[in-house]
Design a protein around this ligand. Structure first.
Ligand SMILES: [Zn+2]
Length: 468
């Protein structure tokens, strides 16, 4: 009897000790344990055998595993030993629904490509349904290649938002304005009221930041550019626009307005820090100084600039001037043709090296920064995303380092820039939610999306054979 009582007492004491340890531990929803954590923070911290604790949508702690695993009691743990844990990539310029037009017309100059093929194909085929399914296909590819945030310019942008929410991706989505009838809105008034409604609908959304996207200074008049800015300002929304992409645009704007595209935008009062300027290829020192003065961020798209032979953006000069520069894939139809930001990291560095004939130009670390923290700055989201830091949104990717192209790995930045591929990304967490695990996207039905995309191909091909 006495023996029984002392056993019971010992058991109770052990139970008490255990419960006090447990109550001292902090609860986390998710932990990523044992990986090499490349934080991309200002100090450039890399934590070997690290630990990332996540509660709801945010990172709550980062540090050595041996220390933090004692402090936290996570509901779920992702074992990441031997893997690389880093912030999700930020694609600062694309047109996601154009995935359905991938490969429809290639190897052409921008103007001919747009006017002869893309605008007519879009006029015949772009519907709300096209945009929804095209976006799902694009989202699927972006998630599988490590993108956790993207900036988009297209039509029926509410459908881009609907698909992207479903995918669980973070995005800045800009409704495109043109001076001629667009697939969704046939008049200027319709465009303004549609966009106002879209901006209203997605105010304060956790994943979607709605934006206004006047196409470019050569396709949108000064009056309409300013109307776009006014509407964006009213809703504190970003403005997405193509700027100084080609020599033809540069010459055209100079002939019409006696100023470069950047100076023209400045002269009409369009520039401000919420503007994201895609391309900025044809910019001189004065233009770079102007962009810097107005805190305009640039989205650099090396694949697109090379494929359309648009030119080489003076990225090194922009960075030296203190401009925020991010990376973008641009659209997948005739100007890339995929959404793989790892390729842009690689090409951004190599394009600067060959054009400046300097192998030291745009080193790996700088191009990786452009794809992460740099992109966050361009989108004015650096307080929330772009690096792994306690308090920031939990947008994290885990890269499997068990492929021949990743072994051995001496330098993580060089690995990311020159040998690691988008297809090496194993797991993606966005806003604290596991969106992909072991390369399976958990939010989307891959087979259904592929099937739909093939059906669209048949429809689009048939539409191009008719003349009306
Ligand atoms: Zn574009």
């Amino acid at each position: 009897m006495l023996l029984e009582a002392s056993r019971l007492l010992r058991f109770l004491i052990a139970l008490l000790a255990l419960s006090s340890t447990l109550s001292a531990q902090k609860v986390a929803d998710l932990a990523i344990s044992g990986g090499t954590v490349l934080t991309m923070n200002a100090a450039g911290d890399i934590v070997e055998d690290g630990y990332v604790a996540i509660a709801r949508d945010r990172i709550i702690a980062i540090g050595p595993r041996t220390q933090l695993e004692k402090e936290f009691r996570p509901l779920r743990t992702i074992q990441a030993a031997g893997q690389l844990v880093m912030p999700g990539l930020i694609n600062t310029h694309t047109h996601a629904p154009m995935s359905l037009l991938r490969g429809i017309a290639d190897d052409l100059p921008l103007k001919e490509w747009l006017e002869k093929y893309i605008f007519p194909a879009e006029a015949k085929n772009v519907t709300a349904d096209f945009v929804y399914w095209g976006t799902l296909l694009g989202d699927l590819e972006m998630i599988q290649s490590g993108v956790t945030t993207f900036a988009d310019m297209y039509y029926f942008e509410d459908q881009v938002a609907r698909a992207t929410r479903q995918a669980g991706l973070r995005a800045v989505l800009g409704e495109t304005w043109l001076d001629f009838p667009a697939p969704d809105n046939k008049s200027f008034d319709a465009m303004v009221s549609y966009t106002a409604q879209f901006l209203k609908q997605y105010q304060n959304d956790s994943l979607i930041t709605p934006a206004v996207a006047p196409h470019a200074p050569f396709t949108v008049s000064p009056a309409h550019l300013m109307a776009a800015k006014e509407l964006a300002d009213q809703f504190h929304s970003p403005i997405l626009i193509h700027v100084a992409e080609t020599k033809t645009e540069d010459e055209d704007i100079k002939a019409r307005y006696h100023a470069s595209p950047v100076q023209h935008l400045k002269n009409i009062g369009f520039l401000e820090d919420s503007v994201v300027a895609a391309h900025c290829v044809w910019v001189d020192d004065q233009d770079i100084a102007t962009l810097k003065a107005f805190k305009v961020g640039c989205a650099h798209n090396p694949s697109s600039n090379m494929m359309l032979a648009s030119g080489v953006a003076p990225v090194m000069k922009m960075i030296q001037a203190g401009l925020d520069v991010g990376l973008g894939t641009d659209g997948p139809a005739g100007s890339n043709n995929d959404f793989n930001l790892f390729e842009e990291i690689d090409l951004a560095s190599k394009l600067q090296k060959i054009s400046l004939m300097d192998p030291k130009a745009l080193p790996a670390r700088q191009s990786v920064e452009m794809a992460t923290v740099g992109g966050a700055r361009v989108l004015n989201m650096e307080k929330e995303i772009g690096s792994l830091e306690a308090g920031k949104k939990a947008d994290v990717i885990v890269i499997n380092l068990n492929h021949p192209n990743e072994i051995p790995l001496y330098d993580y930045y060089a690995g990311l820039a020159y040998s690691i591929k988008g297809s090496d990304v194993d797991t993606s967490i966005i806003d604290g939610r596991i969106v992909m695990r072991h390369r399976r996207v958990l939010t989307l039905n891959e087979d259904q999306i592929f099937q739909k995309a093939r059906e669209f191909r048949a429809k689009i091909l048939a539409s191009l054979k008719t003349n009306n």
